[in-house]
Design a protein around this ligand. Structure first.
Ligand code: SF4
Length: 1022
């Protein structure tokens, strides 16, 4: 069979039961069976999904099952309707009860299921590839242990019990490979010995256990917290928010005083949306079939205008009013120019900004107010310089709450409590006298913001952002031409680079300038979950013996350097205390996997002992992540590395053990609340098919949950096993399998949301169609029937978009936003000791030593930008065979003018090099008018070296991989080069030589840099 024809009929889907049966039979019989079965499967595997779906949609057919669940093709969390025929997933469509599949207008939650099954709803292209993701022959189904050097790809299968025993207790686990070192186990870390008695703030040796999660959603997030924080007692349970898009979140974090990071323009009622780095027709959350579809729908009906600010004309640009081809990393300059123009022309909402308190805002029809009028001490000689002026600063006799109140200036320019009037002076400064006769210079937050914007002229901002001043002014005018029915939608591109906080903060502030925060058609947060799921009928949060995780995280997120022993020692020895060895991040949203890995690399502020990586591929996904191959290879830096994943990727290639996990189609239970904007619901993720992984002797599928449960029991940790879960009635229940936890979570949710009991037909539907129904005996009859009501509908969706508003005001809004953030203003850069600006300021992307990156790498003529394509998620969709058929490879996208100068054309091979990767990497050119001159664009998703792309010398691989002998021969795993096509942009990304040549991050929030790498391009003559 030619390579080409194999791709048309991929050796993919082997249902779980078939695979397990295969493993039991002899090799000879197996070979014969495999050939016959493969032919049969080839004939039936790719049944027309549309035909099956259509047939199933109107019936409760016994052979065709349907399950409403939640997608995890990406993080957008749309609803799904899985169609399963004879145990095999054959098609995915949307859930009509779910707002994300219905452009925010689902069918009524009360609609009987029988009627709902006749209603179809869309999902995006990624979700349609779910059968290929599930049946990927390179999925691992058995636990494996390293059988050679780290990174060699030598693994061998081991028994589950051996895996659990060795990880629990440690020991000389690799003596047979000549490694005589004692490997730490989990059990040995569960002690209260300090890591460093001279630095007690770091915590105990428990923190030597580090768990880093790639894809992290509610459900599994809480379950893993239970193990890491509550059972082992480590603070180091780290997400991956930094690489997911912490930049724009940092702007919102500053804007809302850490209350909210997910805020977006309302696509249902906005008249104008300004998109900053938001690729709404290809990615975003909510996804392309939600936010993108709403915008497309309304803009084509002339109800909505929008502008794309991006160095690349994203697909949405075809409907946009304008494409603003901003320079990479210069969104802040553009935003600052807009702010300056809006203030200069007076086109801001003065009435909203001058309202100094909630009551004043409410009287003029706003649910939210800002601190624009609040007075800030701008007096370097004053003890409270950079802080808000409070009543006690003028009157030391004012104590308690009264003394803490903010002050504003009234119409006469006199200081008065902020809650004592309806409108205060907005653009003002004053010199006040305190009770002791001293003077205090103060400015309003608005004035400070204005001064920040006035540091550069409009022409400067136009030049720095690379946008013509006329276009900047046009966009600013449009943004201010729709009252409060306009807002910004900023996303990954808006601030995911060094100094990105000072791009994303002014972008967010623009919504306050027009008063559209918390307004219909304005800047809205999500409404939150429908009801709690981890408490109520069953307490899933607390248990006897629960540990209290304490100390500094390896990422140093949310920890203050100035309280550290390192700082105090440096101060005591006569210095300023600065710089810290690596940056600390007291003001961050957190989820800093990059700085966690850099901390591990440098054993700072303390060493890692045991690393668990889950659903995580940092070497591929992090800009410059390849640098961590040295880290993961080192026994000193990572004494034990256990990966929990569905395949062998570029990173867990270095692991000591790999634990097979299930996909979201087989488990991965979840309780998903909405992203911004608006809405209030909880979608449920539940299995749609039985797991294809192997199973324990007592029949539990190998998975994250099974591993952590067994490991906790093996290590003698609390919170798992017998009597681990407390019922509301006082009864105690075991936690031996995933469903012991999650099914009780579903019962909690259904009960707290007061959903009715399902009718008999719907109970029968769930019991026939849903794999989770096998465990219904865990609940009493009433609990099961209410759970069935929610399960049958894919979650709790009992509120509509309209219910979220009282008139024009969002009921679940922010209530207060700031132009000046006091906490940020009083936080110091842990490397330089300087304070961070508390309001807007133009700052170019810089390295940790303050060098401007564009100047430092000026000899590299092109700015590298990255992006997502609509048929792929970041790093794990090379198994999406249909997507790969549509787009078999990615390209180095070069502007047509640049292509002419370089002498390249479509398909030419070029070598790209960067300061941090002088050897470089290669890719094929695609010439385009849709990218800014001087930029080169490379999508993610491609350029894999693992996940099936390369051969690996695994031992007895036929039992390790789902594809069995289809993907394994006597030499080990057979690589499929078609899974490794294209180029990975992260190989070129800038490292920071000031910090051990680790991936470059922003020193405020720990933002990894996706936009500051510069490259050279050279045509390869063949
Ligand atoms: S956008 Fe697509 S892949 Fe992402 S959750 Fe929605 S349907 Fe699934």
């Amino acid at each position: 069979m030619s390579d080409e024809s194999k791709m048309q009929n991929p050796p993919a889907s082997s249902p779980a039961q078939t695979r397990r049966d295969f493993i039991k039979v002899s090799a000879v019989t197996m070979a014969a069976l495999t050939a016959a079965t493969r032919q049969a499967e080839a004939a039936s595997r790719w049944l027309n999904p549309r035909r099956i779906q259509k047939a199933a949609a109107t019936s409760l057919d016994q052979d065709v099952k349907q399950v409403h669940s939640t997608c995890l093709g990406c993080n957008a969390r749309c609803g799904t309707r899985a169609t399963v025929q004879n145990g095999r997933l054959v098609a995915m469509s949307g859930n009509p009860y779910h707002p994300y599949n219905t452009k925010f207008s689902p069918i009524s939650y009360a609609t009987p299921l029988r009627q709902a099954l006749a209603v179809t709803a869309p999902v995006c292209g990624k979700a349609h590839d779910a059968p290929n993701y599930l049946n990927n022959p390179y999925r691992i189904v058995q636990p494996m242990k390293r059988a050679g050097k780290r990174g060699s790809g030598r693994f061998e299968p081991i028994e589950w019990d051996q895996l659990v025993r060795e990880v629990a207790t440690g020991g000389k686990l690799f003596a047979h490979l000549g490694e005589q070192r004692e490997v730490p186990g989990i059990k040995g870390l569960a002690k209260d010995t300090l890591i460093d008695k001279d630095a007690p703030e770091l915590g105990t040796v428990r923190n030597g256990f580090v768990f880093i999660a790639g894809r992290d959603q509610n459900g599994r997030l809480e379950f893993t917290n239970r193990f890491v924080k509550d059972a082992v007692g480590s603070v180091n349970r780290v997400g991956h928010t930094d690489i997911c898009g912490i930049g724009f979140r940092m702007g919102n974090l500053a804007f809302t005083e850490k209350k909210e990071v997910e805020i977006k323009a309302d696509p249902v009622n906005a008249e104008y949306i300004l998109l900053f780095g938001a690729n709404i027709y290809e990615a975003l959350q909510p996804g392309v079939n939600t936010y993108g579809a709403l915008v497309a729908n309304r803009s084509s009906g002339a109800k909505l205008k929008f502008t794309v600010v991006d160095p690349r004309a994203t697909n949405a640009s075809c409907h946009a009013d304008e494409w603003v081809a901003v320079k990479p990393g210069q969104d802040g300059a553009f935003a600052m120019g807009l702010i300056r123009w809006i203030i200069e022309t007076g086109r801001y909402n003065r009435e909203f900004l001058a309202a100094p308190n909630p009551n004043a805002a409410d009287k003029i029809g706003h649910a939210c107010y800002s601190n624009a009028t609040h007075l800030v001490i701008a007096d370097q000689g004053h003890l409270h310089d950079r802080k808000f002026l409070r009543v006690a600063d003028l009157d030391p006799g004012a104590t308690g709450e009264a003394g803490k109140g903010y002050l504003v200036l009234n119409g006469e320019g006199l200081p008065v409590p902020f809650d004592s009037l309806g409108q205060a002076l907005l653009d003002a400064a004053a010199t006040l006298t305190d009770a002791a006769g001293g003077t205090i210079r103060v400015k309003t937050a608005f004035r400070l913001m204005k001064e920040g914007a006035w540091e550069h002229s409009l022409d400067d901002y136009a030049r720095m952002s690379g946008v013509e001043r006329g276009q900047m002014e046009r966009v600013a005018r449009e943004f201010t031409s729709h009252g409060t029915r306009a807002a910004v939608c900023q996303y990954h591109g808006a601030g995911n680079y060094a100094s990105g906080v000072y791009a994303a903060f002014p972008i967010a502030i623009r919504n306050a300038l027009i008063g559209s925060v918390d307004r219909k058609g304005g800047y809205l947060r999500g409404g939150g979950e429908a009801a709690p799921w981890n408490s109520g009928l069953y307490d899933l949060k607390s248990f006897p013996g629960q540990a209290k995780a304490k100390g500094v995280m390896l990422s140093r997120e949310k920890a203050s350097y100035e309280t550290s022993s390192e700082f105090k020692k440096k101060r005591a020895s006569g210095g300023s205390g600065y710089p810290a060895q690596r940056p600390w991040f007291p003001f961050t949203q957190g989820g800093l996997c990059v700085e966690t890995l850099s901390g591990i690399d440098q054993s700072y502020p303390y060493p890692c002992q045991v690393l668990f990586s889950y659903f995580f591929n940092p070497l591929y996904s992090i800009p410059g992540g390849q640098r961590y191959s040295e880290t993961l290879e080192s026994f000193e830096k990572v004494p034990l590395h256990v990966s929990i994943d569905i395949g062998i990727n570029e990173s867990n290639l270095y692991a000591d053990y790999i634990v097979p996990d299930i996909t979201y189609l087989e488990g991965h239970y979840g309780f998903l609340s909405p992203h911004a904007p608006a809405l209030k619901f909880t979608a449920i993720r539940t299995p749609v098919v039985e797991p294809v992984t192997g199973s324990t002797k007592d029949g539990r599928a190998f998975s994250l949950e099974t591993f952590l449960i067994d490991l906790a029991k093996g290590a003698g940790l609390p919170g798992f096993g017998d009597a681990a879960i407390q019922g509301k009635d006082g009864a105690r229940h075991p936690l031996h399998r995933a469903e012991d936890y999650y099914l009780r979570g579903i019962a909690n949710l259904a009960d707290a949301a007061k959903v009715p009991e399902a009718v008999a037909e719907e109970v029968a539907f769930v019991e026939h169609n849903y794999p989770v129904a096998r465990h219904k005996g865990l609940l009493n009859d009433r609990e099961w029937r209410t759970a069935c009501y929610a399960l049958a509908r894919g979650g709790v969706f009992n509120r509509r978009y309209e219910d979220d508003f009282g008139g024009e005001q969002h009921r679940f809004g922010l209530k207060r936003v700031v132009l000046y953030n006091e906490e940020l203003a009083t936080t110091r850069n842990s490397l330089s000791g300087a304070f961070f600006p508390g309001t807007v300021k133009y700052l170019p992307p810089e390295d940790a030593a303050g060098n401007v990156l564009a100047e430092k790498d000026a000899s590299y003529p092109f700015a590298l930008i990255t992006y997502k394509m609509n048929l792929h998620a970041q790093s794990r969709t090379s198994s999406h065979r249909w997507s790969m058929e549509v787009f078999p490879e990615n390209f180095v996208v070069v502007n047509e003018g640049d292509a002419g100068e370089l002498g390249v054309t479509d398909g030419d091979l070029v070598q790209l090099t960067s300061a941090s990767n002088p050897r470089g990497t290669r890719g094929k050119v695609k010439v385009s008018a849709l990218i800014r001159p001087g930029c080169v664009g490379i999508s993610f998703h491609y350029g894999h070296t693992q996940l099936g792309a390369s051969a690996l010398p695994v031992t007895r691989g036929e039992t390790l991989f789902l594809g069995g002998s289809e993907v394994v021969n006597s030499a080990g795993l057979i690589g499929d080069p078609r899974l490794g096509t294209g180029i990975s942009p992260n190989l070129l990304s800038r490292l920071d030589e000031n910090l051990g040549n680790t991936p470059l991050v922003d020193v405020v929030g720990g933002i990894p840099d996706f936009s500051s790498t510069r490259v050279n391009i050279r045509k390869i003559v063949r």
